[in-house]
Ligand binder design. Structure first.
Ligand code: F1P
Length: 303
């Protein structure tokens, strides 16, 4: 037995099963054609809101919706949202349906701005605060650390924009099964980068690693990385780019000695690998990502 095998492989059992089932859940989300009708129509000016992981999915959707010509789309953390900017509708994303900041925002706009909610738990108070609900109960999770709900919500939203996710689903299946490079598993620090819709994916990968394995991670829009954060890159550290990299980025990172990771696959599928690294790092550190330190399934604040 090697040192790396001396840990509890059952820790994070929920996270493991949930992250592995993502491609199947994405396929199911793509099939929810009738549910797409409740989303704001093309041309409507909308805000998308959420907290934590759900906020990062909102960011990805916002870029995809606006850049594919479906209308102005702003993403906000629910706690910092400027909703009184004449939006035609608000889309809210929450796995639990109990996150205080999301509920407070919806209560504030109720009756004034049409709202649509994507939710994992339809017994939550959230469903009474939105005008229309997209139930994603099949993607709800037991692990505190979210994987499947978030990417399934994004898969649903991407397919609503007319995207064909066939290759993303196939790449997701490969990412579930692929061997993980030891360079990724042994790194001291990780910086995740994205561009366009993959910026949200980069933020989510970094959050996942912090939540599950308490590691030092950072995340930036790729071209921002050279404006300071690249000072952190060094041998034994990883810079992981999701999607198409800006010109010259790999050469700049090579000079730092950091490991550069960039796969020519759909970023949602590549996120699965990052989730798997987070899980494995957690196990090696003796942590249980199903019950991470200082975290709960959702943040419920005292009023
Ligand atoms: C949002 C969220 C999670 C985070 C943590 C606290 O939950 O911020 O992303 O991992 O567990 O809650 P939700 O609104 O999507 O249920």
């Amino acid at each position: 037995m090697t040192d790396t095998q001396l840990y509890d492989v059952h820790a994070g059992a929920h996270m493991e099963a949930e992250l592995a089932s993502q491609p199947d859940a994405w396929e199911r989300a793509v099939g929810l054609r009738a549910e797409r009708a409740v989303l704001p129509a093309a041309g409507e000016r909308i805000a998308v809101v959420g907290c934590g992981t759900s906020w990062f999915m909102a960011q990805s959707y916002a870029v995809l919706r606006e850049s594919s010509g479906h209308g102005i789309t702003d993403a906000y953390a629910a706690s910092e949202a400027f909703v009184d900017r004449g939006y035609d509708a608000i889309v809210a994303i929450t796995r639990s349906g109990t996150t205080t900041e999301v509920l407070e925002l919806l209560a504030k706009v109720r009756g004034r701005i049409p709202t649509v909610g994507l939710v994992g738990d339809v017994s939550s108070p959230f469903v009474d605060l939105v005008d229309d609900v997209v139930p994603l109960t099949f993607a709800d999770e037991k692990s505190v650390v979210q994987t499947r709900f978030a990417t399934t919500a994004l898969a649903f939203l991407r397919s609503s924009l007319g995207e064909d996710l066939t290759s993303a689903i196939a790449a997701g299946r490969q990412a579930v099964a692929a061997e993980l490079d030891e360079v990724l598993l042994a790194a001291e620090q990780y910086s995740f980068l994205g561009s366009g819709w993959t910026v949200g994916v980069a933020h989510e990968a970094a959050l996942k690693m912090r939540e599950a394995s308490q590691l030092w991670t950072e995340s930036y829009p790729a071209k921002e990385y050279r404006h300071g954060p690249i000072a952190i890159a060094a041998p034994g550290r990883v810079t992981w780019m999701f999607g198409k990299a800006p010109e010259g980025l790999s050469a700049d990172i090579a000079e730092t000695g950091a490991h550069y990771e960039n796969r020519p696959v759909d970023a949602m599928a590549d996120l699965v690998r990052a989730q798997r690294v987070a899980l494995e790092r957690a196990r090696r550190a003796g942590l249980d990502p199903d019950q991470p330190r200082n975290l709960t399934r959702s943040v419920i604040l005292d009023s």
